[in-house]
Design a protein around this ligand. Structure first.
Ligand code: HEM
Length: 191
């Protein structure tokens, strides 16, 4: 019997992309001097994640991911930008996005979005420390699920595993996750 270990595969095969993206983002976060610099980071996330979420929603809904309604949405970035009196940018267009043409590819992209809630716990603390924002206004996206973050992540991983019924499926999810990471890094570099 072939054992498919999607979660290990995803983690190890996207590690290099994660590290590059993290490095890039940390430079931006450490360089923040004012709320405007933070708004700029939120705008970069909004444009890419909002467009990606639209694509994902064509293939994933409550049937594929029963707790999808409770999960963090790009709307929270929009709210954060508005709370800081920033301008909500246009969404990214197809040339800057990964190819999402199936449910499995959509799960690969959603893995990247949901996984960003883990880094979000570190990022939200960096932002609070560096910019004294009133009542932590504008940090809801990075705070994401707060104390529930690990529990939400475990639940997401269980659903993900359930959808990877073959090695071919696992490869399709992993490839889409890598493309999602890679294109996001390029998007961030352009900004
Ligand atoms: C300052 C930036 C970031 C930091 C410090 C960071 C940190 C982390 C940490 C600590 C974990 C948990 C590792 C573990 O418990 O095994 C993690 C996992 C993850 N992060 Fe990040 N992250 C950052 C940015 C991002 C961004 C921007 C994304 C996506 C756009 C992202 C996607 C992921 C994914 C998908 C995972 C799950 C890996 C897995 O276990 O399969 N991260 N990150």
């Amino acid at each position: 019997m072939i054992t498919i270990n999607l979660l290990e595969q995803l983690k190890s095969e996207t590690l290099s992309n994660h590290q590059q993206l993290e490095k890039h983002l940390i430079v931006k976060l450490k360089g923040m001097k004012s709320p405007d610099d933070y708004i700029n980071i939120l705008q970069i996330f909004y444009a890419y994640f909002a467009a990606l979420e639209d694509q994902i929603n064509q293939f994933i809904g409550l049937d594929q991911l029963p707790d999808y309604a409770e999960r963090r949405k790009t709307e929270s970035i929009k709210n954060d930008i508005l709370a800081l009196n920033g301008v909500v940018p246009e969404k990214a267009t197809a040339v800057d996005l990964p190819e999402i043409g199936s449910m499995l590819q959509a799960f690969g992209a959603l893995y990247v979005i949901e996984g960003s809630t883990l880094g979000g716990q570190v990022i939200s603390k960096m932002i609070s420390k560096q910019l004294a924002l009133d009542d932590d206004a504008g940090i809801s996206f990075f705070k994401s699920y707060g104390e529930q973050t690990m529990a939400m992540w475990e639940k997401f991983k269980a659903v993900l595993e359930h959808h990877a019924a073959s090695q071919k499926a696992a490869d399709e999810i992993t490839e889409a996750a890598n493309e999602t990471f890679g294109k996001f890094r390029l998007w961030m570099e352009k900004k």
